[in-house]
Design a protein around this ligand. Structure first.
Ligand SMILES: Cc1cc2nc3c(=O)[nH]c(=O)nc-3n(C[C@H](O)[C@H](O)[C@H](O)COP(=O)(O)OP(=O)(O)OC[C@H]3O[C@@H](n4cnc5c(N)ncnc54)[C@H](O)[C@@H]3O)c2cc1C
Length: 385
């Protein structure tokens, strides 16, 4: 058997990277394993919005607010390298009824600690000069941020490795040795590694990793497409999205849903998302999804009609039936900690997930109530991808 580690992190996406960073900071010897490369899973297939604006008051919003604060701390160390930008989010409504509902949501979010400023129709263009002139108004969320997810994962792993963590890519975990319900080792394509603890940071594949230890987690893929435009000299300034996005995120519908999310990048390209549908790991290009995304983006930014889309890509969000991530100790196997199932918020929620995992791994009381995220909450649930 190869060297022993205090803890093995399965998954080198943004969540696994954040866990590795926090675990090394806590003084543990850490091995990170990924069957692909760094950020080769969903982390390399999404956008990098760090949002509080799309969260309803409740446990996920509390998690998001804490994670945003941790991203701000990380910005001191990796801000430039990970393209962390506290640019703010602008949520827009196309008609008065939607604006009214958006205003009600903003009021509830304010009561939960979110900064939300109502923006009249006439004021929208001061924030986004090229926005459609016939929108009903919106809400500006200055706390919303943006990061580049792949760079963020790489930078967090760089910090972890500088503090002693080891990383093995191209290393598939095929079995978990958990005799007498205690973790003893992981068996991989590169050998067996002794360890007393494991972090399941396998994202959309979190259910499959849980199954290696005899457990069950209903994490299933929720596919999403993104369109990428040519590089613009005058891109979109904030993260801008339509009010319907919040309802789409919260929906449990299996069929296609789209609501526009527009995000300028440092390179000048504009990322236009996003769609949501549960079609398993189907990799077929979906023209209906792409057409709907493009049409909705043009509704908010009419100038985009004249802009070329250079490419499209898609990823599989790690979806749980209640839209909450799984963060916590496995109810059966001692030493197994889950941090997966973050759906469309894994980038935003990565730092707080890492912090909570490190607290669990070192026996420190978690700084947030983990009951809503408990792995055991699904014991009665059955979900089909
Ligand atoms: C279109 C789209 C847009 C998105 N936009 C946003 C956004 O704006 N903001 C946001 O916060 N989130 C967004 N997301 C969601 C976000 O990308 C995910 O929640 C996040 O990347 C999940 O990270 P992760 O580290 O948990 O999983 P992953 O990045 O998928 O990492 C899991 C890793 O585990 C590895 N693995 C799995 N099984 C094994 C095994 N047996 N052995 C070894 N390795 C294994 C995989 O290879 C993979 O690299 C978006 C997603 C999509 C698809």
């Amino acid at each position: 058997m190869a060297a022993a580690y205090d803890i093995v992190v399965i998954g080198a996406g943004v969540v696994g990277a954040a866990c590795a960073h926090e675990l090394t900071r806590a003084g543990l010897s850490v091995l990170v394993l990924d069957r692909g490369g760094v950020a080769g899973g969903t982390t390399g297939r999404g956008e990098g919005n760090v949002l509080v604006s799309d969260k309803l008051p409740g446990p996920e919003l509390a998690l998001a607010l804490r994670s945003r604060a941790l991203w701000c701390e990380l910005a001191q160390e990796i801000g430039e390298a990970a393209e962390i930008e506290p640019k703010g989010g602008l949520v827009v409504a196309g008609d008065p009824a939607t604006l009214h509902r958006l205003g009600e949501l903003a009021g509830a979010q304010r009561a939960a600690g979110v900064t939300a400023q109502e923006i009249s129709a006439g004021e929208l263009s001061a924030l986004e000069p090229r926005i459609a002139r016939d929108l009903a108004g919106g809400v500006f969320y200055p706390q919303d941020m943006q990061v580049q997810p792949m760079l963020a994962a790489a930078q967090l792993l760089r910090l972890a490795r500088a503090a002693g963590a080891q990383l093995r890519t191209g290393c598939e975990v095929s079995a978990i040795d958990h005799a007498q319900d205690r973790i003893r080792a992981v068996h991989t394509s590169q050998g067996t590694f002794a360890t007393g603890q494991i972090v399941n940071a396998a994202g959309t594949w979190g259910g499959a990793v849980a199954a290696l230890a005899g457990g069950e987690l209903p994490v299933v893929p929720r596919r999403g497409f993104i369109l990428v435009t040519e590089s613009l000299a005058d891109p979109v300034l904030h993260k801008v999205y339509a009010a319907g996005y919040v309802a789409d995120v919260a929906s449990g519908e299996q069929t296609l849903q789209t609501s526009t999310v527009i995000e300028g990048t440092r390179g000048g390209t504009v990322l236009i998302g996003s769609s949501r549908e549960r079609v398993g790991f189907d990799q077929t290009l979906s023209w209906p999804a792409l057409r709907a995304i493009a049409a909705e983006a043009i509704r908010v930014f009419p100038f985009l009609e004249q802009v070329r889309a250079l490419r499209t890509y898609f990823g599989f969000r790690p979806y749980c039936p209640d839209h909450l991530p799984v963060i916590g100790l496995d109810p059966v196997v001692g030493g197994l900690i889950h941090a997966c199932g973050h759906e469309g918020a894994g980038v935003g929620l990565a730092p707080v997930s890492g912090r909570l995992v490190a607290q669990l791994a070192t026996g420190v009381a978690p700084e947030l109530d983990l009951t809503p995220f408990a792995p055991g909450r699904f014991l009665e649930t059955v979900v089909r991808a």
